[in-house]
Design a protein around this ligand. Structure first.
Ligand code: NIG
Ligand code: FE
Length: 417
């Protein structure tokens, strides 16, 4: 089947030649075509160009659905390269606790936080976890997301980590969008290993990783390398064990302090280092000319009132940036990438073009998918969205809190909500 989008006011993030990601000054480059058409054949982007180049040959075969996109922009879907969207339920009591003055770390120390979610996950059935996560998947599809990475990490024992990863696998098999799975057994130190983190690290290495690998349950491996969680030494041990099974690292780093997370991420050639609220000259220098994507999670910084990552400085130093939602019940209970885009512009002083690169092409690369997603390119998967009647590319981040997305197409299929 074919779909023709015609009279597109502006076709955004067009890429004619293969490109994995944009960095530094290049991040402010986004190619667009005004008054454009785009043809989708089956699940792929087939052709696009200016309306005056639309030839009859595109009109005469297959079934053709025509969509008039007058006054509307067409974007490639967002890729969300960092989420924890399989979880047993919200943690609103902690939210209120923080309003009353408790910190995220204090809540975690008192058995709340990740440990609280782990306790509830243990009691939840795989079906319930799957159903609630799928509801979140459809919620984010509505707001323009076309690929999602999902982490385990609310199991914290072998049985429950595997259970979480099986739920992610079922989402992968059944959701219309592309899913990547990350094993995050080292998300927090369980109560019974408190003061003895390295014993738990042994369990992660000797018990969990071999089973995760044997059942092919993960694409990546993650560690929460931070103050009060896992040290760079433990992180290195875990990453090395995962890499033996072909699991590339994507790690949580430098959210709560200058904790050596970036250093260990670069050392083990992580695909991304994520959070990065604490970034000095040393960390920025280290990331230059590496294959590691610096990933910033504006929703978590917003929700927890964390210091802001020095994104301007990082881009001006030549680094690429990815923006992701971190969708999770403790630090970012939203997967709305439109809001993330607004935060990118408003709080991090990014240009709309930089935000587009950070949430599409670069984000797809941070989940190993920029060869097939993240831009309007011939042969890529037709995951895209059509806006409502808007002025231009600044409109989406400008109208923070609104959903200006009118139509979503995933793998060449128009989604109805
Ligand atoms: O990315 N920082 C560590 N992990 C998550 C939070 C998970 C939770 O609080 O449940 C994050 O912010
Ligand atoms: Fe996270």
């Amino acid at each position: 089947m074919k779909i023709l989008l015609e009279n597109i006011k502006e076709l955004v993030q067009v890429l004619e030649e293969p490109l994995l990601f944009r960095a530094g000054v290049e991040m402010s480059t986004v190619k667009t075509i005004r008054n454009a058409f785009l043809i989708i054949r089956d699940e792929l982007i087939d052709e696009f160009g200016r309306m005056d180049e639309l030839k009859d040959k595109y009109m005469d075969d297959d079934l053709l659905i025509e969509i008039d996109c007058s006054n509307r922009l067409v974007y490639p879907s967002y890729a969300d390269s960092h989420t924890h969207l399989v979880y047993p339920g919200p943690r609103e009591n902690e939210f209120v606790g923080r309003i009353k003055g408790l910190s995220y770390e204090e809540i975690a120390r008192n058995g709340g936080g990740i440990l609280n979610s782990a306790k509830r996950l243990h009691e939840a059935s795989e079906d319930d976890l799957y159903n609630s996560a799928m509801a979140r998947i459809f919620e984010v599809i509505k707001t323009g997301t076309g690929a999602v990475e999902i982490k385990s990490g609310y199991g914290l024992n072998t049985e429950d980590e595997l259970k979480m990863l099986r739920v992610i696998r079922k989402i992968k098999e059944t959701s219309p969008i592309c899913i990547r799975s990350t094993f995050l057994g080292a998300h927090a130190i369980p109560e019974k290993y408190r003061g003895n983190a390295s014993k738990y690290v042994d369990v992660v290495i000797n018990e969990m990783i071999p089973q995760v690998a044997a059942d092919e349950l993960a694409d990546f491996i993650d560690v929460f390398c931070d103050k009060g969680f896992f040290s760079p030494e433990d992180t290195g041990r875990i990453l090395m064990a995962g890499m033996k099974y072909g699991l590339r690292p994507k790690i949580h780093a430098n959210e709560l302090g200058f904790t050596g997370g970036v250093q260990v991420g670069v050392k083990y050639n992580a695909l991304s280092v994520d959070h990065l609220e604490f970034m000095g000259e040393e960390e920025i220098e280290l990331l230059k000319n590496t294959d590691t994507m610096p990933t910033v999670l504006p929703g978590a910084a917003f929700f927890l009132n964390l210091p802001l990552s020095p994104v301007r400085k990082m881009i001006d130093s030549g680094l690429p940036i990815v923006l992701a939602s971190d969708y999770n019940p403790g630090s970012a209970p939203s997967g709305n990438m439109n809001f993330i885009s607004s935060l990118g512009c408003i709080k991090y002083n990014m240009l709309p073009e930089e935000v587009i690169n950070a949430t599409t092409l670069n984000a797809a690369h941070a989940m190993g998918l920029s060869y097939c997603l993240g831009s309007i390119s011939r042969g890529k998967i037709a995951n895209l969205f059509i806006t409502s009647d808007v002025d231009g590319i600044a409109s989406l981040p400008y109208h923070f809190g609104s959903n200006l997305i009118e139509t979503v197409i995933i793998s060449g299929e128009i989604q109805s909500f």
